[in-house]
Design a protein around this ligand. Structure first.
Ligand SMILES: [Mn+2]
Length: 372
């Protein structure tokens, strides 16, 4: 009989979504809860033997006071499916943590609450080893000199950073390498922390259930891990219903803001078609016509009504500096050339100020507004 595990990670229930605003933050938190419940539903539907949660199930300090009761209920409800949890850096097993507040966890739930590997027997000849983070930022090695003891097949479950695949801007917590996993004698490790799916020969990150930002453009999956006769295989099932997409708009074609707004609206209507929630990052590029007085902040506000969560990144140019510099003996041409000379000669620290002066000066020549 094969033993089957649903491996999930980085649910991040109750995430703050700082910057999204109150209403949108609440929508995003509901999306995360819905994704978690889809994953639980899948565990039942596929009749797995165990659900393994590789950390960051919720966000400590953000969760409401009834979250512990919720988890006790939905995880207990999975029985006879067993549930194994390895707390991560966002849901560390501290004395005040929700894992403690859960009190007596349901019989089918095991929390690996200590920062050293402990074992649980899954089936005859099949052992799971897991550990939990006990404080927020834990940079100690995940594995060190740990080795799996005993006969049979061994699996690992933990939250940590694969040193060989560190994404930029990611906290390096509980670092490990593929070679270290091999050295433990484990056949496979189920890990969490990276929010895009990553499959390596002996371990995998399924990714967060949903992307949380436009930068999290990898796959967001749950992993179905099958162990048979000591061999481990993993399938990945895309679970996310949230998408972040980039919409690129060349503003060169639009003579006034209302015309541009209409065009962006049409593009967003197309981009957000289909099931699930789509959040767009609109990247404005190109060179504004003389008549266009672009106010990207108000454009973003207007779009947010029909397309919540839309972000505008204005990479367009309000005026054509090269053309102005070449236009002959005008005040504007002289201004561009002399400001460019001064910027080139200035210390690096003074350049941003001079660049602003050049930009604002050119906006004044064009009778355009200073962007908010
Ligand atoms: Mn994490």
């Amino acid at each position: 009989m094969p033993y089957r595990i649903l491996h999930i990670a980085d649910v991040h229930l109750d995430m703050a979504f700082a910057g999204a605003g109150t209403a949108l933050g609440r929508i995003h938190r509901k999306e995360l809860e819905a994704a978690f419940e889809r994953a639980l539903g899948l565990a039942k539907e596929r009749r797995v033997d165990a659900l393994c949660i590789a950390g960051d199930l919720y966000e400590d300090g953000r969760a409401g006071s009834d979250r512990a009761a919720y988890l006790r209920d939905v995880l207990g409800d999975l029985a006879p499916i067993r549930v194994f949890i390895s707390p991560g850096n966002h849901d560390p097993h501290t004395p005040a943590s929700m894992y403690e507040r859960m009190g007596d966890a349901p019989d089918n739930v095991t929390i690996f609450g200590r920062r050293r590997f402990a074992s649980a027997t899954l089936a005859e000849g099949l052992t799971l080893w897991g550990f939990g983070h006990e404080h927020g930022i834990d940079r100690d090695p995940a594995i060190g000199d740990f080795t799996c003891e005993g006969p049979g097949t061994h699996l690992l479950l933990f939250h940590g950073s694969d040193r060989d695949h560190m994404p930029p801007d990611k906290d390096g917590v509980a670092p490990f390498s593929g070679a270290e996993i091999e050295r433990t004698g484990a056949a496979y490790a189920m890990v969490g922390h990276f929010h895009g799916m990553l499959q390596a020969p002996r371990y995998a990150y399924p990714g967060s259930l949903e992307p949380h930002t436009v930068a999290q453009d990898g796959r967001h999956t749950v992993s179905l891990v099958t162990i048979q006769d000591g061999r481990v295989s993993a399938d990945f099932i895309d679970i996310n219903r949230v998408r972040y997409v980039d919409v690129d708009i060349d503003i060169t074609h639009y003579g006034y803001q209302a015309e541009l707004a209409r065009a962006v609206d049409e593009r967003l209507a197309t981009a957000t078609e289909g099931d699930g929630a789509t959040y767009c990052r609109v990247r404005l590029g190109g060179l504004a016509q003389d008549s266009l007085d672009l106010d990207a902040a108000s454009l973003e506000d207007d779009l947010a009504e029909r397309f919540p969560g839309t972000r505008i990144v204005d990479g367009s140019a309000a005026v054509d500096l090269d053309a102005a510099a070449r236009e002959g003996p005008t005040v504007r041409a002289h201004f561009v050339r002399s400001m460019r000379d001064r910027i080139a000669a200035a210390p690096v620290t003074e350049r941003p100020l001079l660049e602003d002066a050049l930009r604002y000066g050119m906006l004044a020549f064009a009778r355009k507004s200073i962007p908010a």
